[in-house]
Design a protein around this ligand. Structure first.
Ligand code: NAI
Ligand code: MG
Length: 328
């Protein structure tokens, strides 16, 4: 297995080495290819991501990604949006269930996963900027909707065999198209479904998160709902994600480069470590993946946590404690 390692900028440079120390504890046969991509590289070379970087990544099986600071350049094209397109990582999978001992803003237990379409919708890149108007075209294709719905149904099968399709079909024609394709795929797969309008979903996810299991939605709605979900699951420092296609995959914490705390050694590494857990699952290393979950729970129970969770431990204290506990 060959993995491209992209720490990126800010706390990406702290949480990725921390997560790698946990991965290394398993002694798996993995080749790591370090790559510099992001704002730091843009400042040095004028380019955040080159064609050579893309080619090196395409020569790997998957990517472990930290976070990138958006450069202050009006012509800058998002590195992640480009990577998702180039590698055809059409499904962004974000699981949310509160970890043990994490104090939550809502009282109930929940366990849901947001399956966000990752290559089209509002982020299709079809845009026009004029003097007095600006246009962004929201492209949804049958192929794009079918494959994200198939992915959601596959996830739903070993779970509750139900998907919630989130859309705004009462206003947007592209969303009635999305809804119809998704419900058709669900029927074909013997998966039950229900629908939610995205604004009602934003409200209900906070009040009744326990109602949901597999949520499938378009790119921008999924982007917004998943940050909301991170807030109810205990914070950005805890939430991992997988961007997957049929050939490649990219694993990353959902947080950004956090310039406000970068360089202080206090970033919470758990989101990055749980992203490694998702990577191990994708590789089929199920036992190692489970052992990470157990170790994270144990370390949280011992109160070895960073300041965002009310503790006074450093990034490395937390990852060292988890690395020592895996495989036990
Ligand atoms: P952010 O996620 O970097 O930070 C938001 C808040 O959460 C900050 O107060 C930060 O200190 C805190 N936080 C985030 N991760 C944390 C962690 N692991 N441990 C403890 N606290 C944590 O979002 P923000 O500030 O909006 O963006 C900063 C930069 O990151 C921007 O340039 C933005 O464009 C970029 N960004 C990059 C992403 C990526 O590469 N995937 C995703 C989101 C933002
Ligand atoms: Mg986002």
């Amino acid at each position: 297995m060959k993995i491209a390692i992209v720490p990126g900028d800010g706390i990406g440079k702290e949480v990725i080495p921390a997560a790698l120390s946990v991965l290394d504890a398993f002694g798996l046969d993995i080749e790591k290819i370090p790559l510099e991509i992001g704002y730091g590289k843009w400042k040095r070379t004028g380019s955040a991501l080159t064609d050579d970087d893309i080619n090196l990544i395409k020569d790997c099986d998957c990517v472990l990604f930290g976070a990138i600071t958006t450069p202050p350049d009006p012509n800058y094209r998002s590195v992640l949006v480009r990577l998702r397109k180039e590698l055809d990582l059409y499904a962004n999978i974000r699981p949310f269930s509160p970890l043990k001992t994490v104090k939550l803003p809502c009282a109930k237990k929940f366990d849901f996963v947001i399956v966000r379409e990752n290559t089209e919708g509002m982020y299709s890149g079809v845009e026009e900027l004029h003097e007095d108007a600006a246009y962004t075209t929201r492209v949804l294709t049958r192929k794009g909707c079918e494959r994200i719905a198939e992915r959601a149904c596959a996830l739903a099968k070993p779970r509750k065999k139900n998907i919630t399709v989130v859309h705004k079909a009462n206003v947007l024609k592209s969303d009635s198209f999305f809804r119809d394709v998704c419900t058709g795929v669900a029927k074909r797969n013997g998966i039950s479904y229900n629908e939610m309008l995205v604004d009602a979903m934003a409200y209900d996810l906070i009040l009744r998160p326990e109602k949901y299991d597999v949520i499938v939605t378009t790119n921008l709605f999924g982007d917004i709902l998943s940050d909301e979900a991170a807030a109810i699951a205990g914070g950005l420092g805890l939430c991992p994600s997988a961007n997957v296609g049929d050939r490649y995959a990219l694993f990353e914490p959902i947080h950004g480069s956090a310039p406000d705390i970068a360089g202080k050694g206090i970033a919470n590494p758990i989101a990055a470590i749980l992203s490694v857990r998702m990577m191990l699952e994708w590789m089929g290393e199920m036992e190692s993946a489970k052992s990470i979950s157990r170790a994270v729970d144990n370390v949280l129970q011992q109160g070895i946590v960073t300041p965002d969770m009310g503790g006074s431990y450093s990034t490395v204290d937390v990852s060292d404690a988890i690395a020592k506990m895996v495989n036990r």
